[in-house]
Design a protein around this ligand. Sequence first.
Ligand code: TYD
Ligand code: MG
Length: 471
Amino acid sequence: KAKARFSWVCADCGHSDGQWWGTCRECNAVGTLKRFSEGGSAEVSEGKTWLSRKAGESRPMRLTDVNRGINQLNWRIPLHGPFGNEVSRVLGGGIVPGSLVLVGGDPGVGKSTLLLQIAAMIAERNDLGQPAPVVYVSGEESVEQIGNRADRLSIGADELFLYSNTEIEDILGKSQPLSPRVIIVDSIQTVYLEGVAGSAGGPAQVKECTSALLRFAKKTNIPILLIGHVTKSGDLAGPHVLEHIVDVVLYMEGEKYSSYRLLRSLKNRFGSTDELGVFEMSQSGLQAVSNPSEMFLSDQYSDSEYLAGLAVAVIMDGSRTFLIEVQALCASGSIASRQVNGIQASRADMIISVLMKQTGLKLQENAIFLNVVSGVKLSETAGDLAVAAAICSSFLEFPIPNNIAFIGEVGLGGELRTVPRMEKRVNTVAKLGYKMCIVPTSAEKSLGSHGFEGMEIIGCRNLKEVINTVF
Ligand code: TYD
Ligand code: MG
């Protein structure tokens, strides 16, 4: 019988070492290293090899053999329909067999809903049009609770199995005989591994459970989608090694009072991290947003009656382009003050000062309010010009027609600077039927030769030129 091997795991950060040190070499905490038998060796029996750290029958392989295997393998599990396409894109084209995917997000943002919908989609039909078994394991809810939610979501997939348990060995042992296409584990903070010290959710448990899930996924080629909670400070709860162990980290976010949910990929061993999925939480679950470029524009914006103080900015998030509505209100006669919402206050101050100094607008006796519609944060300098235009529009009480968009960074001299990916931004604006796009002169030249569906592109050197052109 093989001699039991031990490792030393830091109770603070989960770092594991081959030998004992007085100080954790990862996080420098003192006296936190605790001894564990590797992979809970006492419990490991012959059949449960994924729980062991030993490599087993695996050995180095020829690249050409590996590639032959890859081609035969159904490389990615595709997801269909508008919702499936949106998820698939963030994953880099579908779920990779044998991968471990972590989905993080604030409590209540909709992680369980998202994964239940993905589970149902795969259980209803696979790429061949036939249903495949999927196991949805929850350590947080009873099968009745999950069943209730599935009912609300009108999910009736025959091949969807629900299981409420928290013990990893039992979960994997009972799931594997079903040969599931995918296993969902909700959540990493509630599961535990027998033989590993600490309570569920603790650093050692989180680390060892994730490692066991990864070994299982790699060994069986069954992908596992894992839910992870986020702490108040915005980090994934548990040790940072969690993010290093898994193949893919997705992050779900949403504003408290908005029904929009964004799914981002922060890490992806199989694709780009420059992707963003946009969903809306409805009565019947998450739905893909068909035209996300326009989702941050307010309703009054599409009215024929124009309001003064509104301007449209074009910003990028991942590979997505969004049109964002900036609102300004300049109120004279009241106490000069500034209220800014959704824009960095120092940036707004700078733009206001540049407008006063370089265009001669008498803004100093005004209370100025700035707001970005839908609770979005305007963090790109590409939105500077729209902020300036909205302020001018309100101050001059001149409504900007709702078919003009503004792209550009404003410099201290009032000059307009170009921003990355101009062509992509301008293209989106044109596709949405806008008639005019104001851009920096330097960008106009590079855009000049392309056709933009009849949209007029106007290059301006500085804010003065913008005012002369638009107002
Ligand atoms: P949930 O998936 O439980 O969030 P998480 O697992 O991230 O904690 O979703 C929580 C919220 O979603 C809950 O407040 C109710 C809302 N919701 C809907 O609005 N529509 C729906 O169809 C469902 C299932 C949930
Ligand atoms: Mg949940």
